[in-house]
Design a protein around this ligand. Structure first.
Ligand SMILES: [Zn+2]
Length: 439
C-alpha cells in the first residue's frame, strides 16, 4: 500500500479498509500498523461547547426533572451534602428560584473528570432557548443565559391541489406556516376553507435555529404572494410602531390587510345559520322567526374571541341569550356573543381583537353548541357579511413613503421566485433553443 495515498483516505475508507482486513485475516498483522498510523493522522481533537462550557473538561450527566425531584434531591443523589445544598440555594435565589423546577424539563450536571465525579455546575433549561447556570465548584454563582439563535431566510412555493396544509406538507414545511397565512396574514382577504384547485402561493419566511442545530420552528413570514381565483394578493410585513412593537401586513399599495373586525368569533367553525329576516322554523309552526344573528357551530368549550377592540358593556345571564357578552367598539359598532358556557370578561373590561371573552356552550335558547354572533351598526342589528367593514388602522402618509421604499427589493425578490412548472417550461424552452441551434 502506498502510504501517501493512505494518508489522504477519509474515515469512510478506513471502515472499508478494516472490513477488508478482517476478510483477509492472513495479512492482518502487517497492515494493522498502517491503520494505527492512519488514525493518528485523521483524528483531530474535537471540542464540544455548550452553555459556554467546554464539555470535554467534565463528566456530563444529562437528565430531565422527574416527579418528586427537587434541587436538593438531585444534588444529594450526586453526592453533595445538605449544608452545601442550602448554601447554593441561598446564593442562587436572586437569579433563580430552585423551587420552580418543572417536571419534564432537561437539566445537565457537569462533574469533575476524576474518580469522585463531584458536581461543579448545575444547568437547568426552562425552555429550548434559555438556561440557568448555577456554579458551585469553588465559590457559588448563578446566572441566566440564552442559547445563540440564528434566523435563516427561506422561500417556498406551492400550487393547491386539495388544501394548503397538504401542499406544504408535501414540501416538508411546518403546518405553522398554514396557520400564519390563514389566521394572521390573509384572515380577512382569503377564505382558506374555500381555496380553488390551481390557487398558488410564494412565501418568504424565516426559520429559527437554536444553537445552530436545533430547529426552533418557523419564526415569521416576511412576505407572501397568494393567487386566489387568478387574483393576486400581496402581503408584506412591516413594523408601524417600533415603540409598541406593532407589526402588520400590508399589500403592494400600503393597504392594511387586516380589517377592524375578525370574520368570525371562533376559529375552525362552521356557519350553521345565517342572518335571515325571513327565517321560518318548523317547531314554531313555520311562523316567521327572523334570525338577526349568525350562528357559528363549534364544540363546547371552544374559545370565543372579541372580533374587534372595544369595551365590554354587558356580561350576564339572561333568558334565551343564556350567558352572553356585548362589546361596544366605537360610536358606530357593537357586537354580541350568545349561549356561552362561561364568560371570561366583565362589564368595563377593555378587550383587544382576538382576546378570549368566553367559551362556546348551549345556555339559553339553543338546540346545539354554537355561538350566536350579533352585529350592531348605529343600534341596528345587521348582517356582518353584507357590511363593508372598516380597514384596520391605515398607514400614515409619511410612513407610507417609507413602506413603499422598504418593500421594493422584497417585492422584486418575491416576483422573481418561480413556480416549479414555470421552471420546467423554461428548461424546455432552453432545450428547444439548443436543438434549433444544433440543427
Ligand atoms: Zn343565532
Amino acid at each position: 500500500m502506498d502510504e501517501k495515498r493512505n494518508r489522504r483516505l477519509g474515515n469512510k475508507y478506513l471502515v472499508l479498509l478494516v472490513l477488508t482486513l478482517l476478510f483477509f485475516s492472513n495479512c492482518k498483522e502487517e497492515k494493522k500498523e498502517v491503520i494505527e498510523e492512519e488514525v493518528a493522522v485523521v483524528e483531530e481533537p474535537k471540542y464540544v461547547y455548550e452553555f459556554g462550557f467546554k464539555l470535554n473538561d467534565y463528566v456530563v450527566k444529562r437528565d430531565t426533572i422527574k416527579r418528586g425531584d427537587t434541587f436538593g434531591v438531585i444534588l444529594e443523589r450526586n453526592n453533595i451534602g445538605y449544608p452545601k445544598i442550602f448554601q447554593i440555594a441561598e446564593k442562587a435565589k436572586d437569579t433563580f428560584d430552585i423551587r420552580k423546577l418543572q417536571v419534564g424539563k432537561p437539566y445537565t450536571i457537569l462533574c469533575s473528570k476524576d474518580s469522585l465525579e463531584l458536581p461543579q455546575s448545575f444547568i437547568y433549561q426552562p425552555n429550548k432557548e434559555e438556561y440557568v447556570v448555577i456554579n458551585f465548584k469553588d465559590s457559588i454563582s448563578a446566572y441566566k443565559s440564552r442559547k445563540p439563535i440564528k434566523y435563516v431566510e427561506k422561500t417556498v412555493t406551492g400550487i393547491i391541489t386539495s388544501s394548503i396544509s397538504e401542499t406544504l406538507d408535501e414540501k416538508g414545511v411546518s403546518p405553522v406556516l398554514t396557520n400564519k397565512l390563514a389566521d394572521d396574514i390573509y384572515a380577512w382577504t382569503i377564505d382558506f376553507r374555500r381555496l380553488q384547485k390551481g390557487d398558488r402561493f410564494k412565501v418568504i419566511y424565516t426559520d429559527k435555529y437554536i444553537d445552530d442545530t436545533i430547529y426552533g420552528g418557523i419564526h415569521d413570514v416576511k412576505a407572501a404572494y397568494f393567487e386566489h381565483n387568478k387574483e393576486p394578493f400581496y402581503a408584506f410585513q412591516f413594523q408601524t410602531d417600533s415603540v409598541k412593537g406593532i407589526i402588520d401586513y400590508f399589500n403592494e399599495e400600503a393597504k392594511n390587510l387586516r380589517r377592524a373586525f375578525l370574520k368570525a368569533p371562533v376559529k375552525f367553525s362552521r356557519i350553521s345559520s345565517r342572518y335571515n329576516l325571513r327565517r321560518r322554523i318548523a317547531v314554531y309552526g313555520y311562523k316567521l322567526r327572523p334570525h338577526k344573528g349568525t350562528d357559528f357551530a363549534a364544540p363546547i368549550g371552544t374559545p370565543i374571541m372579541a372580533t374587534a377592540n372595544g369595551t365590554v358593556t354587558k356580561s350576564e345571564y339572561r333568558g334565551g341569550n343564556g350567558n352572553y357578552v356585548k362589546i361596544r367598539h366605537n360610536a358606530t359598532y357593537e357586537t354580541q356573543y350568545l349561549h356561552m358556557k362561561k364568560r371570561k370578561v366583565k362589564v368595563g373590561d377593555f378587550v383587544k381583537q382576538g382576546d378570549i371573552i368566553g367559551w362556546v356552550g348551549m345556555t339559553g335558547n339553543t338546540g346545539g353548541p354554537h355561538v350566536c354572533y350579533r352585529f350592531w351598526v348605529n343600534g341596528r342589528q345587521v348582517d356582518p357579511f353584507k357590511q363593508k367593514l372598516p380597514e384596520a388602522k391605515p398607514i400614515s402618509d409619511s410612513l407610507k413613503v417609507k413602506y413603499l421604499d422598504y418593500i421594493k427589493p422584497i417585492k422584486y425578490k418575491l416576483d422573481n421566485i418561480y413556480f416549479e412548472p414555470e421552471i420546467i417550461e423554461e428548461e424546455q424552452q432552453v432545450q428547444t433553443l439548443i436543438k434549433q441551434s444544433n440543427s
